[in-house]
Design a protein around this ligand. Structure first.
Ligand code: NAX
Ligand code: ADP
Ligand code: K
Length: 512
């Protein structure tokens, strides 16, 4: 699914209006009905007090049209208008008048702090103050209103966006922003919903398809793409009946050091679980029995040194290298790392200490084959690209590195972002149970397993990240977030692949 900018969404609105020969008011009416249906399906006519706060732009218009539908269906609605300027949108005015069709009460105008209504924990608050049109921080008494609404424990539902949040631009995150529990986002989610500094404001979010012009949507150059289950499914390569292990490649993991052999076991095991035809672990000499007894499917070769990998003298022809987990960063280790890299011509996966070595030794960049995949968490990323001002700066800097070095970057986090040049792919699988030691090692082994099976680099990164998260999601249904651990995520890779082919659950019919 594409993520478009606020400006593109406004263009898509206009194009929809023009092509369908409808008015902006008609489109708003259509959207309000869609939103109403979703709320009605959940509330089923419950007499809960509903307080709708409307701005004076189009987002406020959405709020007024929604309010009318809710009143018409017997909900206990109070409508407030934040009367902060005289510049009212025509759509706002249209729906403001129309509310009189269903009630004798005009909406209550709020013009200062003294007008703020009393709120109760059991209220449902609907935020239709600002949407994608926000272009500066909320200030004055409106800022107080946002703080006032945020203070109440009442459930807050945002229409299109939590008010105060920018869709896709840098902003001062200390400025007032509604903290919603849930957001109905029109047509596509906004980029800010996926970024660590701002994502929490939207709460859980739900994309409401509003029927924007399909031609515009198809042609639009996205800011980013969310990796959908359908997209992941289309990436999957089914196996041919007469295939043999030689068809599925050979991964060499170069990982581990004294006290950190778990990282090698996890990355190596994940390459096996992801389906590599053969996997060899290149490890310190003393770790042989650890690997062999942990993963019988794996072959090993040992470094000359007991506790670290300090040399490299192997033919890497037709082998996919996954280097870094638990490797450590000593001088000898770093020379072995450079030697392994210098022999590589096909893309490699570099993680953890491999990235730390690379940051400290920028001269090694020239040894990295094009389209290699680097999987930094934020600590490692900071060393690679320097400090960033905010999430947008982080993405820009990472894009520049990806373009400059011709590598694919996997920026790990709650929503991992895969960066290939100027293209962004955002992952929506995974859960906080995956914030556990070693889950990144599993990811790097999985991606190497896919590369070995002839997935191209971008697909290996995108599909690997998606399946890793989905494996964590399925596993967490048995183990809970707390009980999830890296080896379990790895063991659920197969379940995650099967899940791609599970039929979608049937939609519940909507109540009217
Ligand atoms: N045809 C339509 O009418 C449609 C309406 N939609 C709704 O329209 C919204 C966008 O509407 P608008 O562009 O009118 O913008 P908003 O309703 O988000 O904001 C209203 C106006 O407030 C002003 N403003 C911005 N920041 C401010 C601040 N900090 N303090 C005070 N004033 C500020 C701006 O001039 C802005 O145009 C979307 O989020 C969505 O809810 C569309 O999504 C769908 C189609
Ligand atoms: N809150 C979260 N939600 C979803 N996925 C997460 C979350 N926290 C971490 N992850 C995932 O877990 C993995 C952690 O990797 P990393 O930080 O390298 O761990 P380690 O170094 O211990 O292996 C990444 O793939 C990341 O995307
Ligand atoms: K809003």
């Amino acid at each position: 699914m594409k993520i478009l900018s606020a400006q593109q969404l406004a263009e898509a609105d206009q194009s929809t209006i023009d092509k369908n020969q409808i008015t902006s008011n008609d489109l708003m009416e259509h959207i309000a009905k869609l939103i109403f249906d979703r709320i009605h399906q959940r509330l089923q006519g419950s007499p809960v007090p509903i307080k709708i706060f409307c701005g004076i732009g189009k987002n406020g218009g959405d709020g007024l049209a929604l309010s009318r539908h809710m009143i018409q269906h017997g909900y206990h609605v109070t409508t407030y208008v934040t009367n902060y300027s005289k510049k009212r949108a025509p759509e706002f005015l249209f729906h403001y008048d129309k509310i009189k069709e269903v009630t004798k009460d005009w909406p209550i105008l709020l013009s200062s702090e003294k007008d703020f209504p009393e709120l109760h924990p059991q209220d449902i608050i609907i935020d239709a103050i600002f949407g994608t049109g926000i272009n500066r921080p909320i200030d004055g008494w409106m800022a107080q209103l946002v703080h006032y609404l945020n203070k109440t424990p009442a459930f807050k539902l945002a229409i299109d966006m939590p008010s105060g949040l920018y869709a896709n631009n840098s902003q001062d995150i200390d400025s007032p922003i509604i903290q919603a529990q849930h957001t109905f986002s029109f047509e596509t989610p906004k980029l800010s919903f996926f970024l660590p500094e701002t994502g929490h404001y939207a709460g859980t979010f739900e994309v409401v398809p509003i029927g924007l012009d399909p031609e515009y949507m198809m042609k639009a150059e996205p800011l980013a793409q969310i990796i959908s289950s359908d997209a992941a499914k289309s990436m999957y390569k089914p196996r041919k009946k007469f295939s043999h292990k030689g068809d599925f490649g050979h991964v060499l993991t170069m990982a581990g050091s004294k006290g950190k052999m778990g990282a090698a076991v996890l990355a190596t095991g994940a390459a096996v679980n992801m389906g590599a035809g053969k996997v060899t672990a290149y490890i310190p000499e003393h770790a042989n029995s650890i690997l062999q007894s942990s993963i019988p499917e794996v072959m090993t070769i040992s470094s000359k040194s007991k506790d670290y990998i300090t040399d490299f003298d192997h033919d890497l022809k037709d082998i996919t290298l996954c280097v870094g987990p638990g490797l450590s960063t000593g001088d000898d280790v770093k020379h072995a790392f450079a030697k392994a890299l210098s022999q590589q011509t096909q893309p490699v996966v570099i993680d953890a200490d491999g990235l730390n070595i690379l940051s400290d030794n920028p001269e090694y960049w020239k040894m990295i084959p094009n389209n290699s995949i680097l999987t930094p968490h934020d600590g490692e990323l900071k060393q690679l690209i320097g400090r960033w001002k905010d999430d947008y700066d982080r993405i820009e800097k990472a894009k520049n590195l990806s373009i400059d070095k011709d590598v694919i970057l996997v920026l790990k986090g709650a929503h991992t972002i895969i960066i290939s040049g100027k293209n962004l792919y955002i992952n929506d699988t995974g859960n906080p149970g995956m914030a556990t030691a070693g889950s990144g090692d599993v990811l790097s082994g999985m991606i190497a397993g896919l590369l070995a099976q002839h997935y191209d680099s971008l697909t290996a990164a995108v599909f690997g990240v998606f399946i890793h998260g989905r494996a964590g999601d399925i596993a967490s249904q048995t183990y809970a977030h707390e009980g999830l651990k890296a080896s379990i995520i790895s063991n659920f890779v197969g379940a995650a692949i099967l899940d791609l082919f599970r039929p979608e659950p049937q939609q519940q019919p909507q109540q009217q």
